[in-house]
Design a protein around this ligand. Structure first.
Ligand code: COA
Length: 156
C-alpha cells in the first residue's frame, strides 16, 4: 500500500462526489468516452442518492477515497455495481473488502443471492470475482434502455 493510513469503508456522502467521479473516470474508460452520454457518473450518483443511498459505499485511506461500490436489493435479488479501486492501491485486498461489505449488508437485509454483471471482454475482472467465489450463471443478460436514453447502445 502506498500509505500507512488505515482502510475504512463508510457510506457515500454527497461531499465525496468529485473524488468519486475522478476515481470512476480512471477506473472505467467508458466514463471518459464522449460518445456515451448515457454513461454519466454525476447522474448515476444523483440517482443512487434517491434510491437506497444506504447501499453506496466508499473505501478511504485517511481522507483519500480509494474505492467505491454500490449495492441494491429489490426484495428478490441483490445487485452489485460500480466496484472500483484506485489503480495505485490495487491488489491489496480493497476490492475484496468492498465486495464483502456489500455481501454482509445485503445478507443482513435477508437477500438470498447477489448478482453482478461483467463485460465479457474483461477476463481479468472475471478472475477477480471468481477468486471471491462468484460463478457464471447459465443465463444471458438482457437489457433495455428507458426514457431519455432509449436510443443509446444496448451494452456498456
Ligand atoms: C476489480 C477491482 C475492483 C479489484 O480491486 P483490488 O483491490 O485490486 O482487488 P483485490 O486486491 O481484493 O484482489 C483479490 C484477488 O482477486 C484476483 N484479482 C484481482 N485483480 C485481478 C486481475 N486484474 N487479474 C486477475 N486476478 C485478479 C486475485 O486473485 C486477487 O488476489 P491476489 O492479489 O492475492 O492475487 C479493480 O481491479 C478495479 O477497480 N478495476 C477497474 C474497475 C472495474 O472493472 N470494476 C469491475 C466492474 S464489474
Amino acid at each position: 500500500m502506498t500509505t500507512s493510513a488505515t482502510l475504512s469503508i463508510r457510506r457515500f456522502d454527497a461531499r465525496d462526489t468529485d473524488a468519486v467521479i475522478a476515481l470512476w473516470q480512471q477506473a472505467f474508460p467508458e466514463y471518459r468516452d464522449t460518445t456515451k452520454p448515457h454513461r454519466n457518473p454525476r447522474l448515476s450518483i444523483e440517482n443512487k442518492l434517491t434510491t437506497q443511498p444506504e447501499l453506496f459505499f466508499v473505501a478511504t485511506l485517511g481522507e483519500r477515497i480509494v474505492g467505491t461500490v454500490m449495492g441494491g436489493y429489490d426484495g428478490h435479488r441483490g445487485w452489485l455495481y460500480s466496484l472500483a479501486v484506485d489503480e495505485s492501491v490495487r491488489r491489496h485486498g480493497i476490492g475484496t473488502r468492498l465486495v464483502a461489505h456489500v455481501e454482509n449488508t445485503l445478507t443482513g437485509m435477508g437477500c438470498p443471492k447477489l448478482n453482478l454483471q461483467v463485460l465479457s471482454a474483461k477476463t481479468d475482472i472475471q478472475a477477480f470475482y471468481e477468486a471471491l467465489g462468484y460463478r457464471a450463471d447459465a443465463v444471458i443478460s438482457m437489457g433495455k434502455r428507458l426514457g431519455a436514453f432509449v436510443d443509446a447502445a444496448p451494452v456498456s
